[in-house]
Design a protein around this ligand. Structure first.
Ligand code: SAH
Ligand code: SF4
Length: 363
């Protein structure tokens, strides 16, 4: 970004209104600019013909319009598309589009790497470098819209923060981006079609509840603290009972029918029938549904995916407990675009042992 100018893409309607107020302009200018960008896909200030030439010029002095730069695009045989996007010198993040019959889901990244260190996740193995800014997050959606062609706006019906990174460790940028995704003058998505997935940062779930009501998914992955401490190390700080309380409070304040609990199926680790029973007991009679994710392997991992038969038995037990349990379809695995396979390019800035505590202090 040049000088002190700001990237238009990360600016919420409120930011634009304040900018115009500072410039002595009327707040409705914000509406005009957003309509050009998100409504008509016009990004050049000098084409925004309902603004005076003088105003366009002074905006041009303050604002830029920067989209992320594509380093690589891969198209899987099942229609999944994965983009590797430049995230500064020698680094890259990944974004994935998953077309289905009834919807199209764009999976965006929120950080360059991730500090949470879950041992079964390729992103976690790479380490953490930095948070993405709101404009880098909104920029992913904008870019996907451009890349997917004429009917892209209809094709991208859902956005999930399930790419690289822990979105709630970057709460400020993620909520600003979500604001633009939900704004009628932005992408105009319904709040049920924007999902934040978290490994379970309890204070940040509570903070999210103060400003947002988007859908929430939680990476549970284990039905007891002893196992979850190993699989999702943040559990050592925020154990299951605290996490679940925060989830129920979030569901209530955001008026959600349920929170989705993600559960990766790891052979011989968390997939016994007893684990299934424990899981069903933990979530029974709560606003919860379960999404079982077959483990997706990546180079160097010691984990294996549970058998199909075991996944089905596990699902049946959870359902017998009165819960909705679905099995996530593995998509895009021929281009390593499936859940947990996104690695991008990350220059790890923190030594593993110090990473988690440092990052949490900042959020
Ligand atoms: N950091 C966030 C969102 C990113 S990942 C989170 O952890 O919730 C989206 C989902 O994929 C999470 O539930 C994550 O735990 C899961 N996942 C990670 N690695 C995986 C793998 N190798 N196979 C299957 N799912 C994986
Ligand atoms: Fe980070 Fe989520 Fe991967 Fe855990 S599963 S390391 S929180 S991206």
């Amino acid at each position: 970004m040049a000088g002190t100018s700001q990237n238009l893409l990360g600016m919420t309607r409120g930011d634009l209104e304040s900018l115009f107020a500072d410039m002595g302009e009327k707040p409705f200018r914000a509406r005009q600019v957003m309509q050009w960008i998100y409504g008509r896909s016009v990004y050049e200030l000098d084409q925004m013909t309902d603004l005076s030439v003088a105003l366009r010029q002074s905006l041009a002095d303050r604002l830029t319009f920067d989209l992320p730069e594509i380093q690589q695009r891969e198209d899987a045989t099942d229609g999944v598309v994965k983009w590797q996007l430049r995230a500064g010198h020698k680094q890259a993040i990944e974004m994935v589009f998953i077309p289905e019959e009834t919807r199209g889901t764009l999976c965006v990244s929120s950080q360059v790497g991730c500090a949470m260190d879950c041992p079964f996740c390729a992103t976690g193995r790479q380490g953490f470098n930095r948070n993405l800014s709101a404009d880098e997050i909104v920029g992913q959606v904008m870019l996907a819209r451009q890349e997917l062609g004429a009917d892209a706006t209809q094709r991208i019906s859902n956005i999930v923060f399930m790419g690289m990174g822990e979105p709630l460790a970057n709460l400020r940028a993620v909520t600003r981006a979500a604001d633009i995704l939900l704004d009628d003058l932005g992408f105009g998505l319904s709040r049920r079609r924007v999902t934040i997935s978290t490994s379970g940062l309890v204070p940040q779930i509570r903070k999210l509840a103060e400003t947002s009501n988007v859908a929430l998914a939680v990476s549970l992955h284990a039905p007891n603290d002893e196992l979850r401490d190993r699989l999702v190390p943040i559990n050592r700080r925020y154990p299951i009972d605290e996490l679940l309380l925060a989830c129920w409070d979030y569901a209530r304040s955001a008026n959600l029918k349920d929170v989705t609990f993600e559960y990766v199926m790891l052979a011989g680790v968390n997939d016994s029938l007893d684990h299934a029973r424990q899981l069903a007991r933990l979530l029974a009679n709560r606003p919860a549904k379960v999404n079982l994710i077959p483990f997706n392997p990546f180079p160097g991992t010691r984990y294996r995916c549970s058998s199909e038969a075991r996944i089905r038995e596990f699902q049946e037990i959870v359902m017998a407990g009165g819960l909705i349990a679905t099995v996530r379809k593995t998509r895009g695995d021929d281009i390593d675009a499936a859940c947990g396979q996104l690695a991008g390019k990350v220059l790890d800035r923190t030594r593993r042992s110090q990473r988690l505590s440092k990052q949490l202090q900042r959020t």
